[in-house]
Structure formats: C-alpha cells, structure tokens
Design a protein around this ligand. Structure first.
Ligand SMILES: C[S@@+](CC[C@H](N)C(=O)[O-])C[C@H]1O[C@@H](n2cnc3c(N)ncnc32)[C@H](O)[C@@H]1O
Length: 239
C-alpha cells in the first residue's frame, strides 16, 4: 500500500511540474527547475521565510553573532523582507521574548515591502539618497544603529562589469550611510559581486572598520559571483 501511495505522489508531482513548465521559455524553465530542486527554497517555505536569502543571514549570524537582542538594525534592499524577518527574531523587535531587550528593525527598498510585525519599512525609497538617510535617522532610537545590513542588488543587465560597478558603488554609498547612523563599534554586512573593484571597496571599508572579512555562505549559490563583506568595529571618522 505504502509503495502505491508513493507512486501516486510521484505521478501527481510530475503532472504538477509539467503544468508549471508549460508555456515557459527555456530560461524560465531552467530557473523553475532550479527553484524546485533547491533545498533552501523548500526550507524557506517550511519555515515561513519570504525567500531563501534568509538562510544566508542566519548562517552569517549563527557564526558571528552580529545581531543581538535590543540592537537597532537598518536593512538595505529589504524587499520582500526575509532578512528583516531574521533580524526581527534576533534583535527581539517584535517583543516576542519579554525577558529580553527589544530592538528595532528598519528596512528600505525601492520596491514595496509587505508589512512585518516588529519592523518598520520605507518602501519606494532609495538607500543611496540623502533624504532617505534623514528619514532613517528619525526612525532609529537615539538616531543610531548598531548594525547595517545590505543585500541590495541592482537589476542585473547581464554585462558582468557594468553590474559589478553598480553594486560596488551601492556598497560604497553605505559608508556614507554608516557615517550618519552607525554607532562606533557597529557592524556592516554587505553583498557584492566579485570583480576588479572589490579591492577598492575592501580598502575603503578597512579605513573605517577594524575588521573586514569576506564571506560566502553555503546558501549562496556556488556558481554565483555573490559574496558578502562582514565589517566590524566601526571607527567613526574624526572620533
Ligand atoms: C536580493 S533583493 C533583497 C532580498 C532581501 N534581503 C530579503 O531577504 O528579502 C535586493 C533588493 O535590493 C533592492 N535595491 C536595489 N537598489 C536599491 C536602492 N538603491 N535602494 C533600495 N533598495 C534597492 C531591490 O529593489 C531588491 O529588492
């Protein structure tokens, strides 16, 4: 009986898959097949995360303890909100554990970010725009953050060097944001795509953070140029 049940389930899944693939371009079919096979996509559904990227931040935070209860966090490029979900849990900004200090999470994105208990979102806002910096300052307790997270990425054009330059300039703009909002001793996690300008970014980060390391979480696809910098112990210029 069990064998028959399993056979039926497999047949049902195959029919569903064929329906999903129907009418799709070869590139869309490849993307869909990759999503369906991806264990992190499955796990994100099972654990109610908005997307698989949650596991990259979970892994970074499990290893380096960047997010602590009571901390204030700015999440740059927050849509659809999976990193903010992780940050809300780790800094206790929804007040889930009344015994722990309650933190703050503020997310920013050019796109709409669906509401999330424990987070405040600035949808349709550009992180690189100084008017966004001013709004962030107003939303942060005592006008400062312990951590800046950035999983921001431009829409990929497919031209590697151009996309690389764009994401590096976004990362560099985070140094301006840090100067306005980040507490001395604070941390920055930022995504970049590997390429010739990485050394320049690393040098700029090293000029204002005591420790800068490169990370490639397991949840980050091996065949992608995606990497993260974890910069710790912020030194505020002029302090
Ligand atoms: C990979 S997604 C982020 C996923 C997110 N960390 C999560 O876990 O749900 C990258 C996001 O960066 C956003 N983005 C790109 N440039 C931006 C900018 N200048 N300001 C704000 N958001 C930006 C995009 O709109 C996109 O939603």
């Amino acid at each position: 009986m069990w064998w028959l049940y399993q056979q039926r389930r497999r047949l049902h899944s195959s029919v569903c898959l064929l329906k999903k693939l129907k009418g799709k371009s070869p590139a869309e079919q490849r993307w869909l097949m990759r999503q369906l096979k991806d264990p992190y996509v499955k796990a994100s559904h099972a654990q109610n995360f908005r997307c698989r990227s949650a596991f990259k931040l979970l892994e970074i935070d499990d290893q380096f303890r960047v997010l602590r209860p009571g901390y204030s966090v700015v999440d740059c490029g927050a849509a659809p909100g999976a990193w903010s979900q992780v940050a809300v849990q780790r800094v206790n900004s929804a007040g889930t554990d009344p015994a722990l200090p309650r933190g703050t999470v503020v997310g920013v994105d050019l796109l709409h970010i669906p509401p999330l208990d424990g987070a405040h979102f600035l949808s349709s806002h550009d992180v690189t725009d100084p008017t966004t910096h001013a709004k962030l300052l107003e939303l942060l307790p005592d006008n400062h953050a312990h951590v800046i997270l950035s999983d921001m990425a431009p829409n990929a054009s497919g031209f590697h060097e151009m996309d690389h330059e764009k994401i590096i300039s976004m990362c560099l703009s985070l140094i301006d944001l840090a100067e306005k909002v980040l507490l001395p001793g604070g941390s920055l996690v930022c995504k970049y795509w590997d390429g010739i300008l990485v050394q320049k970014l690393q040098a700029r980060l090293s000029s204002v953070f005591s420790s800068v390391r490169t990370l490639k979480p397991h949840a980050s696809r091996k065949d992608s140029a995606e990497r993260y910098f974890l910069a710790r112990m912020y030194i505020k210029p002029g302090k």
